[in-house]
Design a protein around this ligand. Structure first.
Ligand SMILES: C[S@@+](CC[C@H](N)C(=O)[O-])C[C@H]1O[C@@H](n2cnc3c(N)ncnc32)[C@H](O)[C@@H]1O
Length: 224
């Protein structure tokens, strides 16, 4: 899979790139690239934002700047790019990211993520340059970079090669293996700590009973 992130702060992703599963995903052949809106701005002083029509606080990320960045990065018209791959504008008010949407995005061969800043995008970005508007939750972040990292993290976990042998995305919260329910609780040594005991069933070594107990816990959490 190829994921391209458009941002005003490509450097922010240095830390993210250092994470093991991201490095694993790259080693497995998945590609992560970054594009700076500012590098493609032809406005004076590489301006990227402007005051909102109609007045109000804050600045708005310009549609011509985002368009130029997409065209400059891909070397073709943004509308062609939009026809060829999912272009996701990260917005506080978009479709809320959940496991089903992560699965859907993880099936794509290529994704483009547009991170906003300031008061957000000129709405024509969302309407004409993007295929989707996605929110990571009903709260407001200062910029789309953290949202992009959240989305990429969740998508990469679904791709073969990004998790180590000891981890698996097959039986995780909200997966089909758990009927879409939250995951069951985990415990490790010590078996008793300050009087807090690990459930007896987990110490029996009885795989079938442990499996039933875990499914039951998972279903219970779903109802809670
Ligand atoms: C300060 S926010 C803009 C908030 C906007 N004025 C509003 O009220 O919805 C700047 C940028 O952060 C990103 N952002 C903020 N919250 C987000 C969220 N919950 N999910 C995804 N992106 C978010 C978006 O890219 C947005 O353009």
């Amino acid at each position: 899979m190829q994921i391209d992130v458009f941002t005003l702060f490509p450097d922010w992703f240095g830390w993210f790139e250092g994470q093991r599963h991201v490095a694993n995903a790259r080693a497995a052949g998945h590609e992560l690239r970054y594009a700076s809106y500012r590098d493609h701005s032809e406005l004076s002083g590489r301006q990227v934002d402007d005051t909102p029509f109609g007045g109000g606080a804050g600045m708005v990320l310009r549609v011509d700047v985002v368009d130029a960045a997409i065209q400059g990065f891909y070397g073709r018209d943004s509308l062609d790019v939009r026809r060829e791959r999912r272009v996701v504008a990260l917005t506080a008010s978009g479709r809320v990211l959940d496991d089903a949407l992560v699965d859907e995005l993880a099936r794509e061969p290529a994704l483009t993520l547009l991170s906003g800043r300031y008061e957000g995008f000129d709405e024509r970005v969302v309407e004409n340059l993007a295929t989707d508007a996605v929110s990571i939750g009903r709260y407001v972040l200062s910029g789309g970079e953290l949202a992009a990292m959240v989305l990429v993290d969740a998508v990469l976990r679904k791709l073969p090669g990004s998790l180590g042998h000891e981890e698996s995305a097959v039986e995780e919260s909200f997966s089909a293996a758990l009927e879409g329910a939250p995951e069951y609780p985990h415990y490790t040594r010590p078996a008793e700590y300050r009087g807090w005991k690990v459930p007896d069933v987990l110490l029996t070594g009885h795989h079938e009973r442990i499996r039933e107990w875990r499914l039951e816990q998972s279903r219970r959490r779903d109802k809670a």
